[in-house]
Design a protein around this ligand. Structure first.
Ligand code: 13P
Ligand code: SF4
Length: 305
């Protein structure tokens, strides 16, 4: 590796030379969004990869997303720059919690895509923050086990009127979204009184109550097309801002500066360049687990078609 800073242009050149398509989650740093061929939410990207010709993918995000991509694209080589870029919320739910809950309640288990792959293998159906309400509404049961995000679970309960049992319960949340301060949002609202407030459903209900719009990152991306508002307070991970600013250069997007996902930020220009140079780290998923997890994803696609 040569000395000095790596430029985005060098990474693009190397990716083309080695035949890699670069796919990045909406929360990546702006420089990495700039070099990506595709940017989106986790499931959108995993599904999109099935449609592109490239057999080699460099994924920029966190581990459960990379594994999801492998589950849906088992024949492709998927590499990531960092081995331990993970999601603490996904890790908060273990297979033993699911087995226990299933023994206690006779109810289907809906797993949020932000979960470990082996947990997805025990789920009846996967959901994303974009379709969680729809998936739960379509299930033929008034009681549903839902995990790992307790805040998304409470949003789904509110919207569907069904009995939602969150697993693992109190410990299942995203630290980036769960600890948003109501005072900070109220302060931003007073500073930008004309701004629309968009929030991710991983925030707690007191923050949701301040929102004009609740949606996943892919839904937030479309929200500005539905309103004449010129300013938006964006209550999700700060990486989303550069995506929105690129899409709508004439609008103003106001971040909540405390909302940083440290694992998403482990990917840098330098380790991305190295990943391409050495073609590692390859993402591998046990075939049996992948097959079972795929079934839960397919069930979601069937329900939301
Ligand atoms: P989206 O599925 O909305 O992109 O969210 C992913 C995530 O990690 C939220 O914190
Ligand atoms: Fe996980 Fe939260 Fe980071 Fe999303 S923002 S990857 S839910 S820790």
């Amino acid at each position: 590796l040569r000395k000095g800073l790596i430029t985005p242009e060098e990474i693009r050149r190397l990716a083309e030379e080695k035949g890699y398509t670069i796919v990045a989650h909406n929360y990546q740093i702006p420089e990495l969004q700039q070099i990506a061929d595709y940017i989106g939410d986790s499931l959108q990207l995993a599904r999109l990869v099935t449609t592109i010709p490239s057999q080699k993918i460099l994924f920029l995000g966190v581990d459960f997303m990379a594994e999801m991509m492998k589950v849906l694209n088992p024949e492709r080589k998927i590499i990531v720059p960092v081995r331990h870029s993970t999601c603490p919320m996904a890790n908060s739910l273990e297979v033993k919690d699911v087995i226990e809950a299933k023994q206690k309640y006779n109810a289907p288990f809906v797993v949020y895509v932000n979960s470990r792959t082996e947990v997805k293998a025990y789920a009846d159906v996967v959901c994303t923050s974009a379709n969680a309400v729809d998936v739960v509404n379509k299930l033929d049961s008034d009681t549903v086990l839902f995990g790992p995000d307790k805040n998304l679970a409470s949003y789904v309960a509110e919207k569907t009127g069904k009995k939602i049992i969150p697993i693992p319960g109190e410990t299942g949340y995203c630290y980036v979204h769960n600890y948003v301060k109501e005072d900070e949002i109220r302060f931003l609202i007073s500073k930008y009184p004309d701004a629309k407030v968009m929030v991710h459903p991983e925030v707690p209900s007191n923050i949701r109550k301040l929102a004009d719009f609740v949606g996943s990152t892919s839904q937030m991306e479309k929200y500005p097309t539905t309103t004449d508002a010129k300013e938006f307070i964006v209550v999700t991970e700060v990486g989303m801002l550069s995506k929105l600013e690129n899409l709508y250069p004439d609008r103003k997007f106001i971040p909540v500066s405390s909302m940083v996902c440290y694992n998403m930020k482990k990917n840098t220009l330098k380790n991305t360049y190295l990943a391409l140079l050495e073609e590692k780290y390859e993402v591998l998923v046990d075939e049996d687990i992948a097959r079972k997890a795929r079934r839960a994803v397919e069930k979601m696609l069937e329900l939301t078609r």
